[in-house]
Ligand binder design. Structure first.
Ligand code: ADP
Ligand code: TZD
Ligand code: MG
Length: 581
């Protein structure tokens, strides 16, 4: 044997020749092994080298100007891809900046992992005042689905695997992964390191509904006279587009899409009841919720919106059993993943769909046509200054002609009116403020939408909403992303006409600098800025931007008096009836 003739080397030489790895490499290898190839973040101590090395290892690392927007990008990447989006932040303040996005992701059921560098345990726990000291794990815990800390390089594989599973299995959500600074430079044998990594098998296992639950749901549906299907963003997330379309079309039941479920079936579909929303909510006798919660966005399933008390039966499809009966009784809970549940319904009915009553379908259609006809002339208005409808009429045509573009939308009037006016035609093309109605998602969502899909992005932003993430236009320019931002500039929050009732030189609390030129912000970083005052100019500028794919910001001047307080949710806005003289 040739080997036997070779003289044994001294142990010290073997140690020197052994290939080594460290915490930095193991984190990157663990993510890549699990098909995660993009990181959104802000660099700094202790994770600067992690971002640099991830880039060197072929990952896409998108550096933002503020962690909240990196976090929002990660969250929406998770929604779009069903893989956890990764946000990477520095300790304490960077972590806290990212935490808003993590909490928002959890609230919206978007899978993401916030990976944050942290200070040394020994110092944090004795509160001895380390650089950026904070007990991050404890703070993150109540705001996300799960939170883990890794102290040993050999545990990085398991830590990343647990984080991935926690983010995407069951109801998706945000996960926090705490990596103390010392971990990154911990060294271990490369082979042992490679073996310690885990490729997560079946991270979001199918969850099949029980046959008895399927039968119960079908029995309720068969007994309906005025059935309605409500599609929520869980249905969009599930990517069970074909099954959902089959269910809707075979059953003939009118459907109502929640905001981010718009386009799952086109808004122009004959069964879409979007334009007859209040009628169908009031009049339906059986409502099947698919990936939508009966939260404030659906008036908690009760009250005036829902007609006579007790007039509804709810069927609910959701992966989260605790969601059932959250606000009102659900007579047919169907717990499982949407793909499996809808397939089970299709199999169970075996092609024998009852036809919804003709007078119900007819009544929905009539109301819808009436409302659409009423709206039409407002969308054609070419007045100057523009009102919301005139401007949105132009954007509605842009999306009709470019159905694969992604629409990001935030603001108050800008949001509520755009949601109603702009029809969507494809699934997961509308991204907005979601469950919390949070301002500030705009540029983070726009960046991730462009990065993850390669499609052009149109971000329709209230001027206030835009301000929350406006600095990220530099990020959009730096990565040269095909994003067209339209700022609906009405000089303020809701309206630009408020005055300070105390007189004096301070402006009212809801107004901004008049005639601001947001377009110049984009120009500052080499992008294209355009200032428009008519729907026609707006339309031309947006089309040009979408054709060119160049980062563009269009400052669209809207009549400062056109908006209403709180947009469409003024009913939630308490107002004092006592005004001191
Ligand atoms: P919307 O705001 O559009 O009404 P919500 O965010 O309130 O939607 O509801 C989404 C629901 O979808 C959540 O209750 C969540 O548990 C559920 N969900 C998310 N993904 C899935 C899935 N793959 N299968 C089943 N339910 C899901
Ligand atoms: N802060 C955060 C994080 N989220 C919020 N939703 C708010 C504050 C309160 N808020 C709204 O709910 S809408 C809005 C704020 C500040 C801005 C509305 O002004 P806009 O839209 O310019 O974006 P319109 O078109 O002028 O109504
Ligand atoms: Mg405004």
């Amino acid at each position: 044997m040739a080997g036997a003739a070779v003289k044994a080397k001294p142990a010290s030489t073997i140690a020197e020749e052994r290939e080594l790895t460290d915490g930095f490499h193991l984190v990157i290898d663990a993510l890549k092994l699990n098909g995660i190839n993009t990181i959104y973040g802000v660099p700094g101590i202790p994770i600067t080298d992690l971002g640099r090395m991830a880039q060197a290892a072929g990952m896409r690392v998108i550096s933002f100007r503020h962690e909240q927007h990196a976090g929002n990008a990660a969250a929406i990447a998770g929604f779009l891809t069903k893989k956890p989006g990764i946000c990477l932040t520095v300790s304490a303040p960077g972590f806290l900046n990212g935490l808003t996005a993590l909490a928002n992701a959890t609230t919206n059921c978007f899978p993401m992992i916030l990976i944050s560098g942290s200070s040394e345990r020994e110092i944090v726990d004795l509160q001895q005042g380390d650089y950026e000291e904070l007990d991050q794990l404890a703070i993150a815990k109540p705001l996300c689905k799960a939170a883990f800390r890794v102290l040993h390089a050999a545990d990085i594989g398991i830590g990343v695997a647990r984080a991935i599973r926690a983010a995407v299995s069951g109801r998706p959500g945000g996960v926090y992964l705490d990596l103390p600074a010392k971990l990154f430079s911990q060294v271990m044998d490369a082979e042992a390191g490679a073996k310690s990594l885990v490729k997560v098998i079946d991270p979001a296992p199918a969850q099949l509904p029980a046959p008895s639950a399927v039968k119960r749901a079908l029995d309720v549906l068969k007994g309906a006279k005025r059935p309605l299907i409500i599609l929520g963003k869980g249905a969009a997330y599930a990517q069970a587009d074909d099954q959902i379309r089959t269910l809707v079309e075979k059953s003939g039941v009118p459907f109502l899409p929640m905001s981010m479920a718009k386009g799952l079936l086109p808004d122009t579909h004959p069964q879409c009841a979007g334009a007859a929303r209040s009628t169908v909510l009031k009049e339906a006798d059986v409502v099947m919720l698919i990936g939508a919660r009966l939260n404030w966005l659906l008036s908690h399933g009760k009250g005036k919106t829902w007609g006579e008390p007790g007039s509804k039966k709810f069927i609910q499809i959701d992966i989260e059993p605790k969601e059932m009966d959250s606000n009102v009784e659900v007579v047919a809970p169907l717990v499982g993943d949407i793909g499996s549940c809808v397939s089970a319904l299709l199999d169970g009915i075996d092609g024998k769909w009852p036809t919804p009553a003709a007078d119900w379908v007819g009544a929905v259609k009539a109301r819808k046509e009436e409302n659409i006809a009423k709206m039409a002339p407002r969308l054609m208005k070419n007045s100057v200054p523009m009102d919301f409808h005139g401007a949105l009429g132009a954007l509605r045509t842009v999306i009709k002609e470019r159905p694969d573009a992604i629409l990001v939308n935030e603001g108050a009037n800008t949001l509520d009116l755009a949601r109603g006016v702009i029809d969507m035609y494809q699934p997961r093309k509308r991204l907005d403020v979601g469950t919390w109605g949070v301002m500030g998602i705009g540029m983070g969502f726009a960046v991730a939408a462009a990065i993850e899909t390669g499609k052009p992005v149109l971000a329709v932003e209230g001027d206030s909403a835009f301000g929350f993430s406006g600095m990220e236009v530099e990020t959009i320019c730096r990565y040269n992303l095909p994003v067209c931002v339209v700022v609906f500039n009405n000089d303020g929050i809701y309206r630009g006409t408020d005055v300070n009732s105390a007189g004096g030189s301070d402006p009212a609390t809801t107004v901004f600098v008049k005639d601001a030129r947001y377009d110049m912000m984009m120009e500052a970083f080499g992008g294209v800025g355009v200032h428009v005052t008519t729907p026609e100019e707006l339309s031309r500028a947006v089309n040009k931007a979408m054709d060119s794919g160049k980062p563009t910001l269009i400052n669209a001047v809207i009549d400062p008096a056109a908006g209403t307080e709180s947009g469409r949710i003024g009913n939630l806005n308490p107002q004092s009836v006592v005004r001191k003289k």
